[in-house]
Design a protein around this ligand. Structure first.
Ligand SMILES: N[C@@H](CCC(=O)N[C@@H](CS)C(=O)NCC(=O)O)C(=O)O
Length: 104
């Protein structure tokens, strides 16, 4: 199952004219570190697709294929030109999102 926090999963830098990126948060409902990231997404007013690795076997498979782990939270970042990166660690993810939101 795919849900989106925010409007449509796409994010444009609110303060600068920047590239359009798409963020997908791989998460699980029981994961407290995931909740921390989700709260930051709401606080920062970002739009992030949620991919639940328990509810969606494809999401779990995508995460494992890309990272070699099933650890959540993990943020998939796809830039406008298609470059993809995967970020683990809730504190690192939140720091990245804060920077992208212009919050620091
Ligand atoms: N230090 C990490 C901890 C992440 C973590 O421990 N995730 C747990 C769920 S809360 C997990 O995915 N464990 C299963 C695994 O690593 O395969 C963070 O802050 O994101």
């Amino acid at each position: 199952m795919t849900r989106t926090l925010g409007r449509n999963g796409m994010f444009r830098h609110p303060k600068k004219e920047g590239p359009l990126s798409q963020f997908s948060l791989y998460r699980a409902s029981w994961c407290g570190f995931c909740s921390l990231v989700e709260r930051a997404v709401v606080r920062l007013g970002l739009e992030v697709e949620l991919r639940d690795i328990d509810a969606d076997a494809g999401a779990r498979a995508d995460l494992f294929e890309a990272t070699g782990r099933e650890t959540v939270p993990c943020l998939r970042v796809e830039g406008e030109e298609g470059a993809v990166s995967w970020i683990h660690e809730s504190a690192v993810i939140i720091g990245f999102l804060e920077e992208r939101a212009g919050a620091r």
